[in-house]
Ligand binder design. Structure first.
Ligand SMILES: [Ca+2]
Length: 401
């Protein structure tokens, strides 16, 4: 409980007479409505079974992301309305797969997903533009389809008509509904070579290497193709932006993927970044690496990602809390615009951890780093994050200056 909460509670316990209530209104609020300490809830996979408890709980986040297949049912469109009715400031996002068609969508269509449903329409829109490899499918003698991530098919967004089909579908009013941001998954150049990094599944699934420009040179040996993919991502984001409807505060585009962490041309077109599995993969090693992610001298790090580089300056830099027990709320509070994101179901609700820091009120200065210790002053106290080892941090928030 914060000091102001205690004051309010004490006065209310006094009996709430006219004098006390008048004085109460003159006091600072216990928890500022918006002080930069924000949390995001990620709900992918199957749509939830929304009930009153689900709405009440999730409406307390600042951002929420729903699976695109939520639009297959009118019930989820109702859920968006229910969430907004509880929290008009809640920013509800929809997942947008920029260059793959997931196997769950293929399965849904094969199982009889109805014409007019989002899954059916997406499948129909992108199947003419599936990416090919530089190998042949022994069954057809044609270039094989390129696979990515467990039987997802890759969509060749080097083809302008492919980008246009994805954008047209996702911005149809009946599917876009009342959402006000897109999670763009995922923008990375070169694409990860899953045949190298992961299991034999991928070697068995496709013949040859992905070959987006069909020049016979595989994606990972083809610098021209990689440059073309970068340019296609930039074009996709620009073309999507032009097709979006107006929203109060602007329609947000928040991409996932490594390209967004280092490419300032792309960053200037979007409204932040999502960092999946923070702090793995992108900060000097493939392992959990707080030391790299919090090193001001390396790029990317939270220092470079949270500087003004987005369409409107500082963007929403969402760090997915997968490896700590809610400690990322403290890390996020060090940097303007940084948002703790919760994807896993277990563990503490990051929203509760984030909100437990709101007694700090507004920051009064930027983060400072001395050795392995970072501190940031706030009106009511000081926040500290210490990198104890590359994989471990200690966090504290103390009252007073
Ligand atoms: Ca090629």
């Amino acid at each position: 409980m914060s000091r102001w909460q205690m004051v309010v509670t004490f006065w209310v316990c006094l009996g709430g007479g006219g004098l006390a209530m008048g004085a109460l209104r003159a006091q600072p609020v216990a928890e500022p409505a918006h002080d930069g300490l924000e949390a995001c809830y990620i709900k992918l996979g199957n749509p939830p079974h929304p009930d009153t408890d689900w709405f009440d709980d999730k409406a307390n986040y600042d951002y929420i992301l729903l699976a695109e297949t939520a639009w297959n049912t009118s019930r989820m469109a109702d859920a968006v309305d229910s969430l907004h009715a509880r929290n008009a400031d809640l920013r509800i996002g929809s997942y947008l797969n920029v260059m793959a068609v997931g196997r769950w969508i293929v399965r849904q269509v094969e199982a009889g997903s109805k014409p007019g449903s989002w899954s059916y329409e997406f499948y129909r829109a992108v199947t003419p533009y599936l990416a090919r490899t530089n190998g042949l499918d022994p069954a057809t003698g044609e270039p094989d389809t390129a696979a990515i991530f467990k039987n997802d098919y890759c969509v060749n967004i080097l083809i302008p008509e492919a980008r246009a089909a994805i954008i047209e579908l996702n911005t149809r009013p009946e599917f876009l509904g009342a959402v006000d941001w897109f999670f763009l998954d995922f923008l990375t150049v070169p694409m990860p070579d899953l045949k190298v990094h992961q299991s034999d599944i991928y070697r068995e699934m496709e013949h040859g290497d992905m070959d987006l420009d069909q020049d016979g040179i595989g994606h990972w040996d083809d610098e021209d193709e990689q440059r073309a993919l970068h340019d296609a991502f930039v074009a996709f984001v620009s073309e999507l932006r032009a097709a979006l409807p107006p929203r109060p505060g602007g329609f947000l585009l928040i991409p996932n993927g490594r390209l967004c962490y280092t490419d300032d041309e792309l960053a200037a077109l979007v409204d932040g970044v999502y960092i999946e599995g923070f702090p793995m993969w992108h900060f000097g090693t493939h392992d959990v690496n707080f030391a790299g992610a919090l090193d001001p001298d390396r790029r990317p790090s939270l220092w470079t990602l949270t500087r003004p580089r987005y369409r409107n300056g500082v963007g929403a830099v969402m760090i997915e809390d997968r490896f700590s027990e809610g400690q990322l709320g403290h890390v996020a509070a060090l940097f303007d615009g940084c948002v703790e994101a919760q994807r896993r179901r277990q563990g503490p609700a990051v929203r509760d951890v984030t909100r437990s820091l709101r007694w700090l009120a507004a920051p009064t200065g930027p983060v400072q780093k001395t050795g392995a210790v970072m501190t940031r002053p706030f009106v009511q106290g000081i926040l500290q994050v210490e990198v104890v080892s590359p994989s471990r941090i200690d966090v504290t928030a103390e009252r007073g200056r």
